[in-house]
Design a protein around this ligand. Structure first.
Ligand SMILES: Nc1ncnc2c1ncn2[C@@H]1O[C@H](COP(=O)(O)OP(=O)(O)OP(=O)(O)O)[C@@H](O)[C@H]1O
Ligand SMILES: [Mg+2]
Length: 522
């Protein structure tokens, strides 16, 4: 059953109790650390698929080590050795107690039963879990916290060496399902990710799942390094990810934001603060981690004691992903919809989008929250008439349907855009941080007061512009758009015109806008 000697799986994270030490300032370096953090003296190296060639960049360091260690590896008795080790691991079998469903949450009851029934773990997964027990990463694995289409999450517990002195540590284990066919969708998230260029292999489910788990592991590391509340990722082995458990000492997970029940006299205030907290997290995620969550909603946020925890980041994408801004807009909408249902007075989607993407501005609390409160202060007077309220709603709709160019090369109609105020451009943060200087020159004394996004544009020199934004992404002119997109875009332009602002764009800015784009088109 077990086949010896192939390109084996990579293990990330805790090895013999060593916590990962990601560096927030060097995300790529952190990712690279993960690449090198392989454990080769591992029985499951041999248990991995024979036909799986190295699929990722991170296979390179592995291969190098493989080559240098290869000679020392016993070959003749590999089968016997693996069998011995399997037998050795089997002594832990009783510690995988998936029928012991600890999570008492109603929403999961049926699902847990289903999970138990359906989860006769495949041999590979079982071996990975046994090995984790053997290594002391966890002592026992319990019932499902959650089961879904793509992954199940289980509670696990690590009993301390000295039970008198230390409390048991709860952990969560996310096991991605390998025998499913829902990856068509996932391709959309992985394709376009420079980190996973070589990894996508639609034809191989197991590889795709592994990639997916790896994406979650790396993204969690980024969040954790950036100080965003999330489960700390501890170990990854193929499609099995061990992470910090977000819940109480007895093993009950924190509720999803959707299920959170706030108590007290100031529930409205609490919801408002959670909303502000989340917008801050989204900006931090974007600016510090370079990520867009891409599935952010009340289902993928846990709540405890006034704190939001971000989970489920397997589909999160980098800025340069061709759909990252669309995903961001979707996240903003989902978050807004949820908080409005809680009675929160939410900001306009467009305002939030600009707040999150503006390169200048705070990324740390409490300045983040203050900047958001400032957005409330400077927003146009609350729409008192039905007409004004409707106009605001129209603006929200326009924004939601607007075509968002991902790079300046993708700007749809520069001539039309040139007639708009810079603030109206959904891609304004892609433009060189130049306009303020010129605005100031033209109209001394006027600042960015009129802007409602809270974070001011900087007066940086053009040379500081990240040129890389110009050469990434699929060029998307009219002919690349599908019919619906075209229609939506047309509607958006029409609406936007109707709403046209009184002030026109300053001449110098207009000239600059045209010349920037023209230059890049060459
Ligand atoms: N670290 C954790 N600690 C406690 N509970 C967790 C943790 N991670 C996940 N959960 C629980 O498991 C649930 C599912 O997790 P997650 O959202 O990451 O999986 P998923 O990818 O949505 O799975 P699927 O899409 O298959 O439903 C969460 O809603 C949460 O209740
Ligand atoms: Mg989820």
């Amino acid at each position: 059953m077990l086949c010896p000697d192939s390109d084996g799986p990579e293990t990330y994270g805790l090895t013999a109790g060593t916590p990962p030490e990601p560096n927030p300032a060097h995300q790529e370096a952190a990712d690279q650390d993960a690449d090198n953090d392989t454990d080769l003296d591992d029985v499951f190296d041999s248990a991995d698929e024979v036909d799986d060639g190295p699929s990722l960049d991170l296979a390179k360091p592995y291969n190098r080590q493989q080559a240098s260690h290869g000679a020392a590896k016993p070959t003749a008795n590999t089968f016997a050795s693996i069998d011995d080790q399997v037998a050795e691991l089997s002594k832990h079998a009783a510690k995988i107690r998936l029928d012991n469903v600890k999570q008492g949450q109603d929403r999961d009851k049926d699902k847990s039963d289903r999970a138990t029934a359906e989860l006769v773990l495949d041999q590979r997964t079982r071996m990975i879990l046994l090995q984790m027990i053997n290594r002391g990463l966890v002592s026992e694995i319990h019932g499902a916290i959650s089961t879904g289409k793509e992954a199940n999450v289980y509670g696990a517990v690590l009993y301390p060496d000295n039970p008198d002195a230390d409390e048991p540590i709860q952990r969560a284990i996310k096991i991605y399902k390998t025998a499913i066919l829902v990856f068509k969708d996932r391709e959309r998230y992985i394709a376009g990710e420079h980190r996973f260029k070589a990894g996508s292999d639609k034809g191989n489910n197991r590889k795709m799942v592994k990639l997916w788990a790896e994406k979650e592991f790396r993204n969690l590391r980024r969040l954790h390094a950036a100080g965003i509340a999330c489960p700390e990722p501890l170990m990854l082995k193929l499609h099995v990810l061990v992470m910090e458990f977000l819940g109480d000492k007895r093993g009950y997970a924190y509720p999803r934001l959707r299920d959170a029940r706030l108590a007290g006299d100031d529930v409205d205030d609490q919801w408002h603060h959670l909303y502000v907290q989340l917008l801050g997290i989204m900006r931090r995620l974007y600016q510090v981690c370079n990520l867009v969550h891409a599935d952010l909603s009340e289902y993928n946020i846990l709540y405890h004691d006034k704190q939001l925890y971000i989970i489920d980041v397997s589909q999160s994408v980098e800025h340069d992903h061709p759909h990252s801004l669309e995903f961001l807009r979707m996240d903003i909408k989902n978050v807004g919809d949820f908080f409005r249902r809680q009675g929160v007075d939410t900001l306009q989607d467009r305002t939030i989008f600009n707040f999150i993407t503006a390169p200048e501005g705070p990324v740390e609390e409490p300045a983040l929250s203050q900047a958001i409160e400032h957005l409330y202060e400077i927003r146009p007077a609350v729409a008192e008439t039905d007409e004004a309220a409707a106009a605001l709603e129209v603006d929200n709709e326009v924004f939601r349907n607007q075509y968002i160019p991902q790079t300046l090369d993708e700007v749809y109609d520069i001539e039309k855009d040139a007639d708009k105020k810079v603030d109206e451009l959904v891609y304004k943060h892609m433009l060189a941080d130049r306009t303020v200087v010129e605005e100031k020159e033209e109209d001394a004394g006027s600042s960015d007061e009129g802007s409602d996004e809270g974070a001011a544009l900087s007066g940086d020199d053009e040379s500081d512009v990240d040129e890389s934004i110009f050469d990434k992404g699929r060029p998307r002119g009219k002919k690349h758009e599908d019919k619906d997109e075209k229609k939506l875009h047309k509607q958006a332009v029409k609406e936007a015109k109707r709403e046209k602002r009184k002030e026109k764009i300053p001449k110098a800015v207009k000239k600059r806008l045209v010349s920037t784009t023209t230059r890049k088109k060459k």
